[in-house]
Design a protein around this ligand. Structure first.
Ligand SMILES: [Zn+2]
Length: 475
């Protein structure tokens, strides 16, 4: 966004597109259906990276075409001349996306652009595109005739080729998984990322899966009043979220990660769990920072859009779980927690950004559904205080903490009695009270400080972080 030439370049591009279509300007809007499903179709992180590279390659192709107004994350708008050119453009886009993603579905809609009422034309395009998304056909999937023909990676499509990873046995897999793995490998090599499996990121046998996306985006895009604003707004949003994600990771360069940024305001990644809390805190901070930008493409936004941009935040969901769980399930779970985080961000007085997390320890939890829900506003004083208290809790034996939040064997009165008993007899607990500025001798202050599930959950991660900071520094 700091690119000084960007506003002029965008103006020039839109002027040229307008001129080329001035006889009878038509908008062609497109938005890929089921990108998340496409990316997580194979549980192998390398294939997920490859699938997101497929979408990026489509983006580049669509953006570089004459008449392109903007494009990214499987979405975009073209401007063409005449209704038959619009129909042709739609067919080309749908075919190209399907070819590049092995049957992926692109929703497309067209609308005549009335230069005197651009905002109305864009609203019509948005409405038609929404309907097209709802009515889009299911993806074309080559199904296996028997289990033996099933792709060993996605377990859905028919296998059509054989892949033999170094040092492993050969697998029969489908064309899409084969292409995904190939592209994922190339991407990892060019980015010098070593981790290609979740095991490479795991610490204490666990990884963190994170899903995040923008809050108040609908409100923001509803303010778009012209073609220029739409193009600028889309690129600004892309830059805010991509920029925040990259800036957050650059402050924890040593953190092992597999990043699957999908474009626009969507973020998906796997991270070593000891960096999770730092990443999430940094991500929200950076999103808030980046929305304050006032240079580059932001200068093309009207006052309403600019002030709306400054209210955009992020909802982040994460799950920390054993690395051998299927990666696609982990991301599905992270999505559930993202929704929970976003639920406290709605309405005028909701949080701007929020986080929700689950730590899964035993094998059954994936099938038992949601364990808890405690969305918390991030960043800010309350979040910092929570992290500070959690960090100080790291010295308390995990078994004591587990007892306090209970597995249902203690009622509230018994839990409080147990807590007072532990505090009165344990030096680490008394130290904790000192660290959080409370008096362990005061019954009311002890009652107030009784740790809840959220605090204990964060304490587990902080304990791991402190331990790892020590061992990573020494090894
Ligand atoms: Zn497959």
């Amino acid at each position: 966004m700091t690119n000084e030439k960007a506003p002029q370049q965008l103006k020039d591009r839109i002027r040229a597109a307008r001129r080329a279509a001035e006889g009878d300007p038509f908008l062609v809007g497109f938005d890929a259906n089921g990108i998340q499903e496409l990316i997580t179709a194979s549980s192998r992180p390398v294939a997920m990276c490859g699938a997101s590279a497929m979408v990026s390659a489509f983006d580049t192709w669509a953006r570089d075409r004459p008449g392109s107004i903007f494009g990214g994350g499987g979405r975009g708008v073209w401007l063409v001349e005449g209704s038959s050119a619009a129909d042709m453009a739609r067919d080309t886009l749908v075919r190209e996306y399907a070819d590049r993603t092995h049957g992926g579905v692109l929703a497309c809609a067209t609308a005549r652009l009335d230069p005197a009422r651009e905002s109305d034309s864009l609203a019509l395009l948005r409405l038609r595109l929404k309907n097209a998304k709802d009515e889009a056909p299911p993806p074309r999937v080559p199904l296996p005739r028997s289990r033996a023909e099933q792709c060993a990676y996605c377990r859905v499509r028919a296998a059509s080729t054989t892949r033999r990873p170094p040092g492993a046995e050969a697998h029969s897999i489908c064309a899409r998984c084969d292409d995904s793995v190939e592209r994922g490998g190339t991407r990892a090599r060019t980015r010098h990322e070593q981790g290609q499996t979740l095991e490479d990121l795991a610490l204490g046998g666990r990884v963190a899966a994170i899903a995040a996306d923008g809050n108040s985006m609908g409100v923001f895009f509803a303010e778009v009043g012209s073609l220029m604003e739409m193009a600028a707004a889309s690129q600004v949003v892309d830059a805010v979220f991509r920029g925040a994600h990259e800036a957050a990771l650059s402050e924890i360069p040593e953190a092992p990660r597999i990043s699957l940024v999908t474009g626009g305001d969507d973020i998906l990644l796997f991270l070593a769990p000891d960096f999770l809390l730092d990443y999430v805190t940094l991500l929200a901070q950076k999103v808030h920072e980046q929305t304050r930008a006032s240079s580059g493409l932001v200068t093309l936004l009207g006052d309403k859009l600019r002030s709306s941009l400054q209210r955009v935040g992020i909802g982040v969901g994460a799950v920390v779980a054993p690395f051998h769980y299927p990666a696609s399930r982990l991301l599905e779970y992270a999505h559930d927690y993202e929704k929970s985080a976003k639920s406290i961000c709605r309405g005028g007085d909701g949080a701007r950004s929020a986080f929700d997390l689950a730590v899964l320890t035993s094998g059954n939890e994936l099938t038992q559904g949601r364990q808890h829900c405690w969305a918390e506003e991030i960043p800010g004083a309350k979040w910092s205080d929570l992290r500070r208290r959690a960090s100080a809790l790291a010295d308390i034996p995990a078994s004591q903490l587990a007892r306090l939040i209970g597995t249902g064997d203690l009622d509230d009165v018994e839990r409080r009695n147990l807590f007072r008993y532990q505090v009165a007899r344990s030096a680490p607990w008394q130290k904790w009270f000192q660290q959080i500025g409370r008096d362990w001798r005061s019954r009311s202050q002890v009652d107030e400080a009784l740790p809840d599930e959220r605090l204990v959950c964060l304490a587990g991660l902080e304990r791991q972080r402190q331990r790892c900071a020590g061992s990573r520094a020494h090894g």
